[in-house]
Design a protein around this ligand. Sequence first.
Ligand code: PMV
Length: 362
Amino acid sequence: MTEKEFIPPTTLSYPEKGAYTWEAPSNIALVKYWGKYGEQLPKNPSVSFTLSNCKTTTTLKFQKKENTEKFDFQVFLDGERAKDFEPKIAVFFERILPYLPFLKDYSFRIETHNSFPHSSGIASSASGMSALALCLLSIEKDANTNLKNDYFTQKAAFLARLGSGSATRSLQGEVVIWGEHKVIENSSNLYGIKVESSIHKNFKNYKDTVLLVDKGQKTVSSSLGHNLMIEHPYAEQRFEQAFSNTKKLLEILESGNLDKFIHLIESEALTLHAMMMTSSPYFILMQPNTLAIIHKIWQFRKEKNSKLCFTLDAGANVHLLYPAAEEAKVLDFIKNQLVAHCQKEQYICDHVGKGAKQLHFA
Ligand code: PMV
């Protein structure tokens, strides 16, 4: 689909007021998105597991207003006004206005809650932006009963991308690909799509335990990091590698080969951080505890014949990925050896999930 197809008909008659609630999960990239162009378009395809417990629940209350020249909204996080979030939402509203032309007609109250601790270092932008996109698009759906479910999901993913790139992968589950790839039918730079090929039973209910190594604010925003790929000396090789890894990963997910999975996933995580360390300016987001955990994982894997592996996002936290059958063994390992490297011994247990859900209908 093209951008134009997401512009609604001008004849719709929108509701006077209402409220919608959606919950949307976070996701963890297996093949990483790092580098963008144009309006939030990825330089390479990325593939992610949709999560389940790490999620944002957003209620959007809306009422028509007289003055239709400006946006009017307020954001509340856990019941408290969150003015810090409002500039980012204002940019988002501006970007999506051509596709939701009613935005200036309403006063909005956005009430949001994250299931994971605030500033845990887990990005809330993916789950937050997709939950908000779904609430806003529900207003269009209210006005247009002909809107099909598939179109709704695709447009929500398209809108979420304009808030935060990785948010486009939080709508559906269990595996999502975002970014055009010639061997993947219907793949698009404009929105994430669910991977339809069969996923081997080895990956069913796959676990992701997030070790909270550093809960502080990110020292380098992901926007800045993406921009540093523009002049990066290794950018072209990296983008090519991501295209090739995307194809390889989809084959691995189908065949169930866990050794190949481990190799590809850890290489992607370290490559992402290698890009950060070799950009100009360079920066390091891993902490000494991140490295200590990685070494312990490698030792544990060797000694216990385990299929546990790690991935990283743009921060110091470590995501432990492992088959459901190894849960008891890995949780023991975490408690005995890894919590010592976590801030306040904190970690979050999650697993692969099915995507966003509507909780309240107007
Ligand atoms: O969605 P953004 O712009 O915050 O970028 C996310 C980048 C990574 O988390 C590092 C990788 C990814 O694909 O999610």
